[in-house]
Design a protein around this ligand. Structure first.
Ligand code: SF4
Length: 350
């Protein structure tokens, strides 16, 4: 064992009893609910997840429903959450669960871990919260809180550091309340030992044993190497309208926003005259071109700096007809999943 965290157990459990937030997937910790909420929580804050979670569970109340859902509907249910591969993996895993486990998630850490899209954190969360298995669920919260408690300067982005912490926790997990122990660390990391800004040490049940607090190093721990700068990409978004319908198209099956719908766009920043020239060269006949506001969307490694133009077509050529799907604003609302990269321009589709 690298560090003995057993002393944290009584303090965290007692703190959790009085301080945990009431959340839909906690009041009824069915394995399916825990699974969906944990995947959503990997990218979105608790308060925002509630709405997405309710919508998802209402539309797909069982794992069998998820296994059978139409891909388009699944993407629509995931719209706004980003990381669409996570939704695709949910469906892949649901199919395996239906085929191999009769539609019920297995109460076994290794079997959970073998499902598509389920890593050691999610397997630990489902295993401990839904099935009471004494397994940890190490994520960024665990690493931050426990590395501060231990006063450790390990680089937490290294896989071996996470693995060592998992091993340390496997050795001490409380057998009677493993789910609550894991959730106490998630909760403490989200509300007290926070990721950005100064931790609220005077509210922390671990203050007396926290080496970072006692040495005044809580802002230097956890250690992470500096992030690489994001790549900047200039894009021109072309909002083609013809008789109240808007052009959308599907992105390629690989890469960023794979397989999702998008507004037509080109990878360069075009001025008004360039857009006029562009549509002319494409043989597109227009009634009006209007410059819209610029917008920015930040992905994990790339930033899109977008300039959009509203382009009202006077006729719809056969090429344009076949190159795009021409969707009404209401079908874009109800059926087609436009990723949030285009959020700034969705309100122009009226
Ligand atoms: S005492 Fe402060 S730094 Fe230490 S675990 Fe608690 S909140 Fe985090």
């Amino acid at each position: 064992m690298n560090y003995d965290y057993s002393e944290t157990i009584p303090y965290l459990l007692q703190w959790y009893d009085y301080n945990h937030r009431i959340l839909p997937w906690r009041s009824n910790p069915q394995p399916y609910y825990v699974w969906i909420s944990e995947i959503m929580l990997q990218q979105t804050r608790v308060e925002a997840v509630k709405g997405y979670f309710d919508r998802f569970i209402t539309a797909l109340p069982t794992i069998k429903d998820l296994a059978e859902v139409d891909d388009e509907k699944l993407m629509k249910l995931w719209e706004g959450l980003g990381y669409y591969n996570r939704a695709r993996n949910l469906k892949k895993a649901a199919i395996v669960v239906v085929e191999e486990y009769n539609g019920e998630l297995p109460a076994d850490f290794d079997k959970l871990l073998a499902l598509p899209g389920i890593g050691s954190y999610t397997a630990g969360a489902i295993g401990s919260i839904a099935f009471g298995l004494p397994v940890p669920a190490v994520d960024g919260n665990f690493l931050r809180v426990l590395k501060r408690v231990a006063g450790s300067y390990d680089d937490i982005t290294k896989a071996k550091v996470k693995k060592q912490l998992e091993e340390d926790l496997f050795a001490i997990m409380p057998k009677d309340r493993p789910g609550d122990y894991n959730q106490s660390l998630m909760e403490l990391g989200a509300t007290v030992c926070i990721p950005n800004g100064k931790p609220l040490c005077d509210q922390c049940p671990l203050m007396h044993m926290c080496k970072a607090f006692h040495s005044g190093t809580e802002m230097q721990i956890p250690v992470k190497p500096p992030k690489k700068a994001r790549k900047l990409e200039a894009r021109t978004v072309l909002i083609y309208e013809y008789e109240g319908k808007y052009a959308i198209r599907k992105r390629e099956d690989k890469g960023l926003l794979a397989g999702l719908w998008e507004l037509p766009n080109v990878e360069q920043q075009m001025g008004f005259e360039q857009v006029e020239e562009f549509v002319k060269e494409e043989g597109i006949l227009v009634d009006e071109i209007r410059k819209l506001e610029a917008a920015k969307h930040i992905f994990s490694h790339i930033e899109w700096h977008m300039q959009a133009y509203y382009i009202k077509l006077s006729t719809l050529s056969d090429t344009l007809k076949s190159d795009y799907v021409w969707a009404t604003p209401s079908s874009i609302q109800s059926t087609y999943s436009l990723p949030s990269a285009f959020e700034a321009y969705k309100r122009c589709l009226v």
